[in-house]
Design a protein around this ligand. Structure first.
Ligand code: TXA
Ligand code: MG
Length: 360
C-alpha cells in the first residue's frame, strides 16, 4: 500500500483529521508537518507501532525518539521532573521549536527512550500538528520523517519519497517554516546543556532567564555534540549525534562566509586537488553575488546552482536540507555550500552543514 496524501496546506478538514487520528490510534504510522521539519509519527504507547518507526527509517534501536504533545498540562504525564526552571521554560518557549530532555515517568515505553531513564518531549507550534496532537489520546513519538542518514524532510514531497510504503498518510502542511530540527535542551544535568542547536539559542534562553532573575545559565559548546569525551564530563548524550547525519551522497564542501576572494580560492583548490575537469558537473548553494563571480572565474564547468539574493541564516536554515536533495544529482562531483555567520539560526545551520561535510 502506498501512503495517501492529505492536503492540509491551508487547513485540515474534520473528516481528514478524524482519519489521521484514527490511523494513529490504531498503531499506523503517519507523516505530519511541524514548524521545524516533518515528523514520522506513531502513538507512543504501542510498542509495535514504535518499532515500525525504527524499521521504516532504518534507524538504530539505541537512538531514542521525541514525544510530541499538545500542551504544558500534558507534560507531566510523561515527565517525572517537575521544577521551577522547567515550568518557566515551558511557559516562555512552548509551543515552539524546542525539545526538553527530562527524567521520564516509569510508564513510558522503553522503545521510545531506547532504555534510558530520560525522555525527550516537545510541544510543536505548527497548526496542523497541534490539531492532530489535541485529538490523540496519548503522545505521538516522532523522529524526523526521512530515511536514517538522509537529510531531514522539510516538505511533504521528500517525506513521501522516503516513507510512502511505510505510512498510512502523509499530511502535507506546506514547507516547514524553520527547516532545521528543534533545539534539544537537556534539563537532567546542572548546568542544563544544549545537545542539539536549533532556532531557540542558548543566548535567547539565557537572556530570558536573566530577565526573570533566574540564576541558571544553559550551556552550548559545539564540541559537546561532536566528541565522546565532552567538555562537561557528562555521560555521552543525544545518542543520535554519534551517527552520520544530514548527508547527501555527493561530497559536501563548506565555503567560508563573507570573503569573496577566499571563497573563489577555496573552490579553485578543491577543483585542482580532486581531479575535476572542464565540463564536469558541480553543485553549489550560495548567494547570487558569489555565484556571478563563480561563473566568471570557472566558466568551463557545468554548474547546478541554488542561489538567493537574501542569502542568510534564515534562508539557509529553510533551504539547506532541500538543497542537499536537489543538488545531490547524478555525476555531480561536489556540492559547495556557502557558510553563514555562526550566530542566531546560523549556529544550528552550521552545525548541520559541518556534519554533512563529514566533520565528526
Ligand atoms: O524538530 C524536531 O525535533 C523533529 C520534529 C519532527 O519534531 N524531530 C527530530 O527527531 O528531529 P529525531 O529523532 O530526528 O532527533 C531526535 C534527537 C536524536 O538525536 C536523539 O538521539 C535525541 O533527540 N534524543 C531523544 N531522546 C533523548 C534522550 N532521552 N536523551 C538524549 N537525547 C535524546
Ligand atoms: Mg532526525
Amino acid at each position: 500500500m502506498v501512503a495517501k496524501i492529505i492536503d492540509a496546506t491551508v487547513d485540515i478538514n474534520d473528516k481528514d483529521l478524524n482519519s489521521v487520528v484514527a490511523a494513529i490510534e490504531n498503531g499506523k504510522l503517519v507523516v505530519f508537518p511541524t514548524e521545524t521539519v516533518y515528523g514520522l509519527g506513531a502513538i507512543a504507547n504501542n510498542d509495535i507501532a514504535l518499532k515500525n518507526i525504527y524499521l521504516a527509517k532504518g534507524r538504530p534501536s539505541d537512538n531514542p525518539l521525541i514525544l510530541h504533545i499538545y500542551s504544558k498540562e500534558d507534560f507531566y504525564r510523561y515527565s517525572k521532573q517537575n521544577d521551577k526552571l522547567l515550568d518557566f521554560l515551558l511557559d516562555h518557549f512552548t509551543p515552539g521549536p524546542i525539545t526538553f530532555i527530562v527524567k521520564s515517568q516509569d510508564s513510558i515505553s522503553k522503545v521510545v527512550t531506547a532504555g534510558l531513564n530520560t525522555v525527550a518531549i516537545r510541544i510543536p507550534s505548527h497548526k496542523i500538528a497541534r490539531k492532530i496532537l489535541k485529538n490523540c489520546s496519548y503522545a505521538i513519538a516522532a523522529p524526523s520523517a526521512n530515511i536514517s542518514g538522509k537529510p531531514s524532510a522539510t516538505t511533504n514531497k521528500y517525506a513521501y519519497e522516503d516513507l510512502k510504503y511505510s505510512v498510512e498518510f502523509c499530511v502535507d502542511g506546506n514547507e516547514a517554516e524553520i527547516g532545521v530540527e528543534s533545539t534539544i535542551l537537556d534539563l537532567t544535568t546542572s548546568p542544563p546543556v544544549i545537545l542539539r542547536p536549533g532556532k531557540i539559542t542558548a543566548k535567547e534562553i539565557n537572556d530570558k532567564l536573566k530577565q526573570a532573575g533566574i540564576k541558571t545559565e544553559v550551556v552550548y559548546n559545539d564540541n559537546v555534540n561532536n566528541s565522546n569525551l565532552d567538555a562537561f564530563d557528562l555521560v555521552p548524550k543525544a545518542p543520535g549525534m554519534k551517527y552520520r547525519h544530514y548527508a547527501p551522497n555527493t561530497k559536501v564542501v563548506k565555503l567560508t562566509c563573507t570573503n569573496l576572494d577566499r571563497q573563489l580560492r577555496e573552490i579553485e583548490r578543491y577543483i585542482l586537488n580532486n581531479n575535476i575537469y572542464p565540463n564536469d558537473k558541480i553543485s553549489i548553494l550560495c548567494s547570487e553575488k558569489l555565484y556571478s563571480e563563480v561563473l566568471k572565474a570557472f566558466p568551463s564547468y557545468q554548474w547546478e546552482a541554488i542561489i538567493s539574493n537574501k542569502y542568510n541564516d534564515v534562508y539557509l536554515a529553510k533551504h539547506l536540507f532541500e538543497s542537499f536533495r536537489k543538488l545531490d544529482i547524478n555525476n555531480s562531483r561536489v556540492i559547495f555550500v556557502e557558510a553563514v555567520e555562526n550566530k542566531n539560526l546560523g549556529i544550528a545551520v552550521m552545525n548541520r552543514l559541518n556534519k554533512a561535510c563529514g566533520d565528526k
